[in-house]
Ligand binder design. Structure first.
Ligand code: HEM
Length: 188
């Protein structure tokens, strides 16, 4: 994945737990040069190892780390110079989710070798929708879930998200049920 992602992991850890914890995590992950370059491609393994090491050092399950990262990303990416792309993708949750693939296509202009996931929306009502998440990478459903929560904050919409079925059960992609607005308040 592009260095921008690893930089965001770094910034999340440092802002919440301090530089010392980051040094420990980077060492445990076997990262020799933690000064990630946003535009450079790194093996996915680097990111997975950072998450594994963060889980050990911080004593939290990997899924919790991934979800926290996802939520952080919706703010971080805006501040890292991509706010206009987020703005163009829509001003409400449903439009935004429908435009995610177009948004990553625009991101590809900056990161030509981007290997983005793909999202599809179905079964939309005024309270809920089904979100389909296709990825060539394993295990990142919690990242997507954290991002949707972050988007709920961005649009000031209460959101609740659950995995309905997924790759862990032999399905070819993950499917989330997203409740929003009044739908999410009803289960809170
Ligand atoms: C403008 C803001 C955004 C930028 C610049 C961006 C960029 C990226 C980059 C660089 C990657 C790593 C893939 C690679 O390096 O090949 C990625 C992955 C990903 N992005 Fe985005 N992204 C943005 C917004 C979003 C949003 C709002 C979502 C919400 C669902 C999202 C969902 C994901 C997911 C789930 C992945 C994990 C990779 C995978 O599943 O294979 N992104 N994105």
């Amino acid at each position: 994945m592009y260095g921008l992602i690893n930089k965001a992991v770094h910034d999340l850890v440092v802002s919440k737990f301090g530089e010392d914890k980051w040094t420990e995590i980077a060492r445990k992950a076997g990262v020799t040069d933690p000064n990630f370059v946003s535009m450079a491609k790194y093996p996915d393994e680097v990111t997975y190892k950072l998450v594994g090491a963060a889980s050990e050092v911080l004593g939290a399950p990997p899924a919790a780390i991934l979800e926290a990262f996802g939520e952080y990303w919706t703010v971080y990416s805006a501040e890292a110079g991509f706010g206009h792309l987020l703005d163009f993708a829509g001003n409400n949750l449903v439009d935004f989710l429908r435009n995610l693939d177009n948004m990553h296509t625009r991101v590809q202009l900056t990161f030509p070798e981007l290997e983005p996931p793909s999202f599809k929306v179905s079964e939309v009502t005024d309270k809920s929708l089904r979100l389909h998440y296709y990825s060539k990478r394993p295990g990142l459903a919690p990242v997507a879930m954290g991002m949707i929560k972050g988007l709920g904050k961005r649009f000031n919409t209460p959101v609740s998200i659950s995995l309905d079925r997924g790759r862990d059960n032999g399905h070819d992609h993950d499917e989330f049920i997203v409740l929003y607005g009044e739908g999410a308040r009803a289960v809170a």
